[in-house]
Ligand binder design. Structure first.
Ligand code: KIV
Length: 285
């Protein structure tokens, strides 16, 4: 396994772009900490997104607008310490790329220098900021459809682009984001047919979440795809494991064994005499 991992080449934005030309689908997952990043690093995932969804998933807020620059820096740095192969994209948090080009550049600089970012993601058709960042050699991933940082103006987590005019606007914005220099585009919660039209009309890859099968890649929130929250069951989510139940079972087992004195047993205890090697004194089954 170690040898195989060391042979894998770091994934760059140009290899992500080339994936589309080669019709190779892109896999992207969110990640927020070093332990999970270590596991993600052992899988064949192409892109790790340090998403501002950490506000909900890790910090317990009800909206991504609560994520701050310091949150993104803290978690981005933690993830980047364990990722060797996948490309690392870090979300620019709410308002950090809206105030002025110089603030946008400064915030992106911090995410790259201290937050482990190899590219940044921004939400909406913020084309002048995308152009500013790409001119400064910061690769940018766009994000259209349901853009959670706009939740207060959207009014709810709903499918976007069902009506003809709204669909047209998303198609046009996607093209403008490509023209501004983005290297990829996330499409969130849009009809599959609309995502297909956008995917076919762009040269850059689209990465979908709740956007059907025609995108050039797919992204899911790591904790969702691992089934860590048994109560979260949106239509677009497939759970590839049910770890939430396993975690609760393990905790109950721990509590039971502590209560009944069966943990720790001799095999998890240290011997008084150091010449008896601790791990040889009593072997665990
Ligand atoms: O922050 C996030 O998790 C995201 C994904 C849903 C694409 O932006």
């Amino acid at each position: 396994m170690g040898e195989y991992l060391s042979q894998r080449k770091k994934i760059s934005v140009s290899s992500i772009r080339q994936s589309k030309e080669k019709s190779k689908k892109i896999s992207m997952v969110t990640c927020y900490d070093a332990t999970f990043a270590h596991l993600v690093n052992q899988a064949n995932i192409d892109v790790v997104l340090v998403g501002d969804s950490l506000a909900n998933v890790v910090l317990g807020h009800t909206s991504t607008v609560k994520a701050t620059m310091s949150d993104m820096l803290h978690h981005g740095a933690a993830v980047s310490r364990s990722i060797q192969t996948a490309h690392i994209c870090v979300d620019m948090p709410f308002m950090s790329y809206r105030i002025s080009p110089s603030e946008t550049l400064k915030n992106a600089m911090r995410l790259v220098q201290a937050g482990g970012a190899e590219s940044v993601k921004v939400e909406g058709a913020v084309t002048s900021m995308i152009a500013t960042l790409t001119a400064a050699d910061v690769p940018v991933m766009g994000h259209l459809g349901l853009t959670p940082q706009s939740i207060h103006s959207l009014g709810g987590y709903r499918v976007q682009g069902r009506a003809a005019a709204a669909a047209r606007k998303i198609v046009e914005d996607a093209k403008r984001i490509e023209d501004a220099g983005a290297y990829a585009l996330v499409l969130e919660m849009v009809p599959a047919e609309l995502a297909q039209e956008i995917t076919q009309s762009l040269e850059i890859p689209t990465i979908g979440i709740g956007a059907g099968a025609y995108c050039d890649g797919q992204v899911l929130v790591l904790y969702d795809l691992l089934g860590l929250n048994p109560d979260f069951n949106p239509k677009f989510l497939k759970k590839f494991a049910n770890l939430g139940h396993q975690v609760v079972d393990a905790l109950n087992q721990f509590q039971h064994e502590v209560q009944h004195g069966s943990f720790p047993s001799a095999c998890h205890s240290f011997a008084q005499k150091r010449e008896i090697k601790d791990n040889q004194a009593v072997a665990c089954e």
